[in-house]
Design a protein around this ligand. Sequence first.
Ligand code: ZN
Length: 874
Amino acid sequence: MNRAKVIMSAMLILISLVALSQSGITNPEDFFKFKPGADRMLFDYEKLIEYLNVVDKESPRVKMLQIGESEMGKPLYMVLLSSEQNIENLDKLKAINKELAINYKLPDKTVDKYAGEGKVFLLATLSMHADEVGPAQAAPLVVYKVASTTDAELLSYLDNVVYMLVPSHNPDGMDMVVNNYLKNKGTRYEGTPFPGVYHKYVGHDINRDFVTLSQSSTKAINRLYNDEWFPQVMVEKHQMGSRGVRYFVPPKHDPIAVNVDAELWTWDGIFGMGMQKDMTEQGLKGVVQGYAFDDYWPGSTETAHWKNMIAMLTEAASVKVATPIYQEDNEFSVSGKGLSEYEKSSNFPDPWPGGWWKLSDILEYELSSTFSLIKTASLHKEEVLKLRNRLCVKEVAKGETKPPYYYILPKEQHDESEFIRLVNLLLAHGINVYTLNKDINLDNTLYHNGDVVVPLAQPFRAFIKEVMEHQEFPVRHYTKGGAIIKPYDITSWSLPLHRGVNSVEIDKKYASVNEALTPVNGEFKCSTGEVADKYKYAIFPAESNDSYKAAFIALNDGLKVWRTTAESVVNGLTISKGSFIIGKSSKMKEVLDEIDITPVFTEKDFDVEKSEVTMPRVALVETFMHDMDAGWTRFLFDSYNINYKVVHPGDFETTDFNSFDVVIFPDNNKDILKSGKYKSADGVYSIPSYPPEYTKGIGDKGMNNLLNFFNDGGVIVAWGRSTGLFSGNLSIPAGEKEKDIFRLPFNDISKDMSKKGLYCPGSFVSVNLKKDLELTQGMPGKIGVFYRGNPVFTTSVPTFVDMDRRVIAKFAKDDILLSGYAENIKLVANKSAIVWLKRNKGQMVLFSFSPQFRASTPVAYKLLFNSILLKKLE
Ligand SMILES: [Zn+2]
């Protein structure tokens, strides 16, 4: 305890002796000058943190720690709330947590001792989806209640529980949403959605980053799981739609991850039922369990389960950000899993009757659910702590007795940089990773000194299995022979597959493996990263994503960069076509510091065909409609030092496209791009809820501008639904009244396929790539790609000679599905997956799949980079 706290707690005792009602803790209402949750009132992140800092100083039950930084550089905090004694004892309690979580050899007596002395650490992350403002706005009330309470029952719970509150998981987004709300308050657009992604890059997808850990805030939360704190229970606090149930608590609906131990599922139910019971007892109506949300996708709670945590989410019905809504009792609708009617049901025993629903209601439900969680954790303290160690023991035992026993990642990989990054990602997830310290032979396969081994006999076995194996969707039905329970999100997240890293599953147990293991401590490295003393050129192999990164960094630094245009041999090594060459430079060290591979240095001039690479001028098209795929693309480009300028569809009319070489269209609805509005099946446009400056589409003039750019030699790269912009008849004005009408020689037949039963909710499928093309440099002949069932391309001989097309990639003929779920995927067999089109000197590269899906498909990045670097047609 610091001095200020000693003095403060002494004062607290005095104050509480004088007047029990005067806790000495600053009341949120006094601080914010309004009661949190008041109609149409919000505080921003800075004010929230300011308040928490005040209470941190005032209360010995509160301790605030910085845990990281947001993507835009705001400090991320965790506030620990517990009894004064627990806050003083955090180091000892953390040590107990760690022992229980990962020591599978603890004697029973020690487990009992720790279960007695230890506390339940309950992590809560609030409002990661920043437009779901309620949980973060409730944070001051939760903290105030803990700091000021004199209630003996609550104090006894706080003796058993350390509540780890992350007051906002997404501070950048919180400020964006709050400022936008306050700006529009009092106008027609009060309470309408934030125009753009409420995050530097990824918006709602922040909860889709818990395998890849690409974002700094996700990394910070992940560190809490397995670096130091090892909480036994975690909850994410969200909001959902406003037209149905008021509050979701666990358990979640089917399907559930089969790799997760049965006991964890039962505990989700105990905490969930506790909330439903306590909230109903307090008169809070409309609490539902087992509804809408399933537990088979790679979100925050799911990946926490994979690491043996009791993990939950709660979801409150939303208002219009902070503006109340009125709900008529015949307007209710429920959709999704677990509830087909808005009626009293076993999982929904007390329907809310309708009426006004306000931010203050959300906060009341938040407070109630939070203190119910603390209570349940306290009531079951010893059981929860013992469970944590039992799971650790069980998982290790499963890894020792059931295949697979190991995953081996040979050090010779197609893309060395992705191999290194995958190993470091596993380490960041708290996985024990080893290298072989000698060659070993397993069933006539030789594995080499330096190959990486991930044994399954470790506490986070379920996590290892989930991220290393191919996903097999747990197919469940509502009724026997009836419809399947469809996935909530994507169905594939296999790290080796998504990264193009070769991983061998070893299903037999070999003593020789365990004897040859050396643990990887700290960062995994394969090379020194040093610049050679003497060299003329550094050669970066085309196979590595890092080589592209090196090239983009070098170009940004003003260095000369070439690509080889034929295979060559340097220092006895074969250098494949498309490798990057950078001449000797004082900036070489800066380049190498940013990447994980070391280039081949050569002192001699070498005779190789090469052509100079210049930094392309890239326009990236992003709408204001929460355009997450564009956000992920920005993230990828920033990570690879690719310069770009964001162009909104509404700017197309006035954009000088001659100032760009490449225009990129991430996946988006074609009608949103064209007209800024969704179009229903019967052709009716929706009325957008954003102010008009955010809903302008490309329009006819803008499209003319873009197609002129293309016709004059520009490159257009598009994927997913955006490719629809370029199918069918296109036209460019030619003179006063004439139009140059043309149709590019491709079609999208996915609608027809979908009528025939094609269903692919986000799965990994096999494609064959044509060799020796500019677009496939550095690529193997066959890869997996992330695909959602549309588009499906066909091509044809063009009508006029000014056009042409090439099929760059085709879906495999057989064994198309590599990971995840799909129905009738055979329909896409041998159909085109990437097409290159040209008209006059313009070029277009259309992908049916996402080459950069959620920054989690590095296997396909080079296809996108090659498209950006495509040479102009002479
Ligand atoms: Zn949410």
